[in-house]
Design a protein around this ligand. Structure first.
Ligand code: GCW
Length: 750
């Protein structure tokens, strides 16, 4: 599905923003309204000017650029004055968002009333804070604590647009939804929206170190300035909270899972408490990654054995101390016995012993433990893809009720494409939490335009078949498949202190898509992209259409030019920047590429069928049969599950070797098409953002070509086969690609 650039040529250019803000022709009621609003025009113009000139990406999707004059006038007429309470911090946040958003988009600041107002109005509130909403209490009953209702109501001759919820935070979420409708040009006629989140804990995991370095972060240094906290609360922390709240993200794990025990020290807890204070009005709880050996490092104990009474007491005391400072602290995220991190197995105890000890310490305060299933060991023989399942599946039912097991989307490690993790559906008595990566460690860092919505969607819609057809990963995660009330979803954050937040304009879309899917895992990645483009760039269909088309195929393109047909883990060693299919040797086999592709003169791919590692056997029988059968396995996962000869016939009739080389080329060509599409948008996108995206697309193109050339050169050295017709030989010999070095590539673990 590609919208060629040529289709856009005949669409008129939008008028400059200042002209667009002035109403042209007004109907009667609108004229009256417009007089009422007019007094505030100047103020709003100034506010808007502040937003409009700074097209540096800082405003994210909350850009609220001026709408076409006629559209703005119509919305002003429909919304009227605003009646919104202002007694709590969250209520004030909702008012501020409305004021900021509507002034920006409609050209005038709305008139705000705390209560009682007679005309048509936009009414915000809970049953406690507004009498109109009090009368709707029945309709709110099933919304839950964070849900909301947006409704047009005719009450005693007045037309009311109501944002109603049972809690202030629900109202704030509703305000963001309403602003999104205005921003994307949706009609408010007959407005009737009911929303509540399908997943309880919607969390960003920051892999931020205390020294400001972000592991696998490509957006500059950490947002958290630990040195100036707690005294200086950078306004940026509030903007971060606003952005998250606009998506319904309600949790933030502040520090890296490769954790420093210092995060739990009194000094750092004060800093954490300061961030929690900033985030609280926006419904965001803070969490910390807990280093399992902290009782030794901070407490001077001789052990961190989870069954040792002194250790258990240390954690109880620590939890009490945290909750004294942060009464709504969310809990701990733990990476244990994985990649060198300490854990319960150091003492011969199980993951459940470790998780339960922390869960017991947090339980009196209502906190949770998010225990990661990303564990593997090169000492354990066998296929790394099978290890997490083997370690955890036997622990099903052994965890305390306030423990979530946090499972990466696939069994290896956030690769461009993986099958869904076999633990999903396999632990019915344990709530499993999804862990996606938003930062693009393996998908081109921040420079490649790769929209992750389709990746998330593919995983969430995958059918585990655990309880028959329809047992999707989404239903495991939202708790409906196995009846869990405790549910969660995490995304490894891609934000940093860089001005664009995410390292590029388009990487903001991945933060956005994660948040929207966390709220409702059944949403469509394409719909989400449409909203994001309209909010971030322009609601003009001539902008939305081509950009969404670019985005929607971009993830498949990255798969094609990096790791097509089920290949995986072929990146360069350490920093993971660029191709390294030749990576061999080093401390551990499962950190090499040859371990995964297994290419030789005869063929390529990892045999994970019953005749190989039998990873397929970890899936439900129906899925195992599909993945294990060469004639049924999706070709996109072919080499993940099968080792096949180079002349294996693909469903197209072509050989695997030819198909592999063609996939690489297809990926590069997709980037070229994105470049053309983007070039054609030059007149419709502000120059600063257009320039940067164009430059990044050039980088992406060069790197896609590099991935293709290096990979083709390497695999040809294995297959010894000629390239298919029309495919150019790599411009350099294999040794050239193998010799490239990138000592300061960003984001490497430290
Ligand atoms: O893929 C690996 C990353 C590490 C990361 C680890 C994990 C935080 O390369 O940088 O460590 O995954 O998820 O724990």
């Amino acid at each position: 599905m590609w919208v060629p650039g040529g289709m856009m040529e005949h669409v008129a250019l939008p008028r400059p923003p200042m002209r667009r803000m002035l109403p042209l022709t007004l109907r009667r009621g609108e004229r009256r309204l417009s007089r009422r609003w007019a007094g505030r025009v100047l103020l709003a113009l100034l506010a808007v000017a502040g937003v409009a000139h700074a097209e540096d990406g800082y405003a994210l999707w909350l850009r609220h650029a001026p709408l076409e004059a006629s559209v703005a006038t119509s919305y002003r007429g429909q919304l009227g004055d605003v009646v919104a309470p202002d007694a709590t911090a969250t209520q004030r946040a909702a008012r501020e968002e409305l004021q900021r958003g509507l002034s920006g988009m409609l050209g005038v600041a709305p008139r705000l009333h705390s209560n009682a107002f007679d005309g048509d109005a936009l009414v915000l509130g809970t049953p406690d804070s507004n009498p109109v909403v009090a009368e709707m209490e029945g309709a709110l009953a099933s919304l839950g604590g964070e849900g909301y209702l947006l409704q047009r109501r005719h009450v005693g001759g007045r037309v009311l647009t109501v944002v109603a919820a049972r809690s202030d935070i629900g109202v704030l979420y509703g305000v963001f939804h309403l602003l999104r409708l205005v921003q994307t040009g949706a009609s408010l006629d007959g407005l009737d929206v009911r929303e509540s989140p399908r997943v309880q804990h919607r969390v960003l995991d920051h892999w931020d170190n205390l020294d400001g370095y972000v592991e696998r972060g490509y957006a500059g240094a950490s947002l958290w300035d630990w040195h100036t906290l707690p005294d200086w609360k950078d306004p940026r922390y509030t903007d971060y909270a606003r952005a998250n709240a606009s998506l319904g993200i309600n949790g933030s794990v502040l520090n890296n899972v490769n954790a420093d025990a210092l995060s739990l020290s009194p000094m750092y807890l004060e800093k954490t408490a300061a961030l929690a204070d900033v985030f609280r009005p926006y419904g965001i709880r803070v969490y910390l990654s807990a280093r399992f050996s902290a009782p030794m490092e901070l407490g001077g104990l001789a052990t961190a054995d989870p069954l040792e009474p002194a250790v258990r007491q240390w954690w109880r005391d620590k939890a009490d101390a945290i909750y004294r400072r942060v009464p709504d602290f969310g809990g701990f995220l733990v990476k244990a016995n994985s990649e060198g991190q300490p854990g319960p197995q150091d003492y011969g105890r199980s993951h459940a012993d470790g998780a339960n000890m922390l869960a017991d310490a947090l339980a009196p305060h209502g906190g949770i433990v998010m225990w990661r299933a990303f564990v593997y060991s090169h000492e354990a023989p066998g296929d790394r893809a099978t290890q997490a399942y083997r370690e955890f599946v036997g622990l099903d039912g052994a965890f305390r009720p306030n423990v979530l097991l946090q499972v990466k989307n696939g069994p290896i490690d956030f690769q461009p494409r993986e099958p869904f993790h076999p633990l999903f559906g396999a632990m019915p008595r344990t709530p499993l939490m999804m862990e996606f990566q938003i930062t693009k460690e393996y998908l081109g860092f921040a420079t490649h335009l790769v929209y992750l919505g389709p990746l998330y969607e593919e995983v969430l819609r995958a059918d585990t078949r655990a309880r028959g057809p329809g047992s999707t990963v989404a239903r495991v995660v939202d708790g409906t498949l196995h009846g869990h009330a405790l549910t969660g979803i995490a995304g490894v954050a891609n934000v940093g202190a860089g001005r664009t937040w995410s390292g590029s304009h388009f990487d903001q879309a991945n933060w956005y898509a994660f948040g929207r899917l966390a709220w409702n895992p059944d949403q469509s990645a394409a719909d989400i992209a449409r909203d994001w483009v309209a909010m971030t760039f322009s609601p003009d269909p001539a902008v939305v259409g081509p950009i969404v088309a670019m985005m929607m195929g971009s993830r498949q393109a990255a798969v094609d030019y990096m790791t097509p047909l089920g290949l995986h883990h072929l990146m360069a060693r350490g920093h993971h920047y660029g191709p390294g299919p030749w990576v061999d040797g080093g401390p551990r086999a499962d950190w090499t590429s040859i371990y995964y592709h297994r290419a030789d003169r005869d063929g390529i791919g990892f045999d994970r069928t019953a005749s190989g590692s039998n990873a397929v056997g970890q899936y439900a029988p129906a899925v195992a049969r599909e993945f294990g059968d060469l004639s049924r396995v999706p070709e996109d996962l072919l080499l993940w599950f099968h080792h096949v000869p180079w002349d294996h016939r693909m469903r197209s009739g072509d050989t695997l070797w030819n198909a592999l080389v063609q996939r690489y080329g297809r990926g590069v060509r997709y980037v070229e098409r994105m470049q053309r599409s983007w070039d054609a948008l030059e007149d419709r996108i502000d120059a600063p953002r257009h320039r940067q995206v164009a430059a990044f697309l050039r980088i992406q193109h060069d790197e896609a070509q590099w991935w293709r050339d290096a990979s083709v050169a390497y695999f040809q050295s294995m297959s010894g086969l000629p390239l298919p017709a029309g495919e150019a030989a790599p411009p350099h010999p294999l040794a050239y690609y193998e010799g490239l070095r990138f000592p300061y590539a960003p984001g490497d673990g430290r």
